[in-house]
Design a protein around this ligand. Structure first.
Ligand code: RNT
Length: 417
């Protein structure tokens, strides 16, 4: 079937496929730099363990070992994915060199340590989001912003403040808003006796970080909650309730939901509309948990589709979308590309739903027809529209990109061991 035939099938249902394609082209999706090196970063010993309750597993060849390799790999990804890429950096990816004075600890980071990333983004005309890094560091004791040790807590508050400056710099330089996500792995392995103390200190620390001046139209600090992590099974300081209440208590902080961060039968697709009933904007970290917050590569699966349908129905410009997963057991570039393309597919699929008609059926109580229509929509000729989207974006269609990755693996990644 050709695009034109598929287009007319959708048109018969009142759906404008060209409009969907054009809309999607302009939606930024943040690409997480940390998939390329298993969340190691450049500012501490890359062989230290990953802490904070997150974990990468696998030892596939070709991990990026320095900024240049990571940038080369990201370029390969950009070459192979349709849609509007935005970068997403962690503070641990600061680039130190002789010109900028060399290494500093996280509480002393400055915009200059991200100038090479700004140059990278400018050359590719993309924006950049940012994340302070509150893990994999000797000062994570293991608590950070909730630590009872005032020296530790202050260190991390200073890190947060430094990251506000860097986020402002990224937004100013790149002319796109910068989402600054605050996530920590703060919590306890076993049942704590004081649950409120750490949460009060966490609140104080967030308040102190956000007291640093920034432009609220350009920098969007977020609070990301979690239910548990590896080694932090019994208690998480930044729980769902803590983050929701914190964000709602301020006009300069929004909720970020990571879809691996809830109980296994809870779905973030059902949460988006609750947040947006109150807040103008929210943010997402899209991942795939398998039995726990395992951060597997995002698939074109039911929950990713449902997430994207909710984003589209509630307002595409109200949700900041970022990917967040890290698989070290397969080719990392393929992991990036597969997840990014799948998110694009799910967004396009969502844009191709006859939402008004479906809502009307729901409001009329016609759940029989609603079910039938939704089931039939699943076998519409979506593949043709997807192919056209890739074509319009001048990016390879399915079946045409993986050989590029195999070539890159043989020519570049294999040389890295
Ligand atoms: C961890 C959080 C967090 C991290 C990244 C590296 O569970 O999702 O956002 O994955 O910041």
């Amino acid at each position: 079937m050709s695009y034109l035939e598929a287009k007319s099938k959708y048109a018969a249902m009142g759906i404008d496929t060209d409009a969907a394609i054009n809309r999607l082209k302009a939606v930024p999706v943040s690409l997480h730099c940390w998939q390329g090196d298993d969340v190691r970063g450049f500012d501490t010993d890359p062989n230290k363990p990953l802490t904070g309750g997150i974990q990468t597993t696998g030892n596939y060849l070709g991990r990026a070992r320095n900024p240049q390799e990571l940038m080369d790999d990201i370029d390969k990804v950009i070459e192979l994915v349709p849609g509007q890429v935005k970068m997403n950096l962690h503070a641990s990816y600061a680039i130190f060199d002789e010109q900028n004075g060399g290494w500093v600890d996280r509480d002393k980071l400055e915009p200059k340590h991200f100038q090479k990333w700004v140059d990278f983004c400018k050359e590719r005309q993309i924006g950049c989001d940012f994340n302070p890094t509150f893990f994999s560091h000797p000062m994570a004791d293991p608590l950070t912003l909730s630590s009872p040790n005032e020296e530790t807590r202050k260190f991390w508050v200073e890190h947060g403040k430094a990251c506000i400056h860097i986020s402002q710099y990224l937004a100013d330089e790149l002319g796109q808003p910068c989402v600054m996500n605050i996530w920590t792995g703060d919590g306890y392995k076993d049942i704590p006796v004081d649950r409120i103390g750490p949460r009060m200190r966490y609140k104080q620390s967030f308040d102190e970080i956000l007291s640093e001046p920034f432009d609220k139209t350009k920098v969007y600090p977020c609070a990301e909650s979690k239910v548990f992590g590896i080694g932090v099974e019994s208690y998480t300081v930044g729980s769902a309730e803590w983050c929701l209440k914190y964000a709602s208590s301020r006009d300069d902080c929004i909720c970020l939901m990571g879809n691996g961060h809830y109980h296994p039968t809870e779905v973030v697709s059902d949460k988006i509309s609750s947040i947006l009933a109150y807040d103008e904007k929210m943010a997402l970290h899209v991942t795939r948990g398998v039995r726990w917050d395992s951060d597997h590569v995002v698939l074109f699966d039911d929950e990713t589709k449902e997430l994207c349908k909710e984003i589209v129905r509630c307002g595409l410009d109200r949700v900041f979308i970022a990917l967040d997963y890290f698989d070290a057991s397969i080719n990392r570039i393929s992991a990036w590309v597969t997840g990014f393309r799948n998110l694009q597919k799910a967004l396009l699929f969502a844009l191709l739903q006859p939402n008004q008609q479906l809502v009307k059926l729901q409001n009329e109580g016609n759940f029989t027809k609603l079910m039938v229509m939704q089931e039939e929509l699943k076998t519409m000729p979506f593949g043709e529209i997807w192919e056209e989207y890739c074509h319009v974006c001048q990016k390879p269609a399915d079946g045409q990109w993986f050989s590029e990755i195999e070539k890159y693996e043989n020519e570049v990644l294999r040389q890295r061991n």
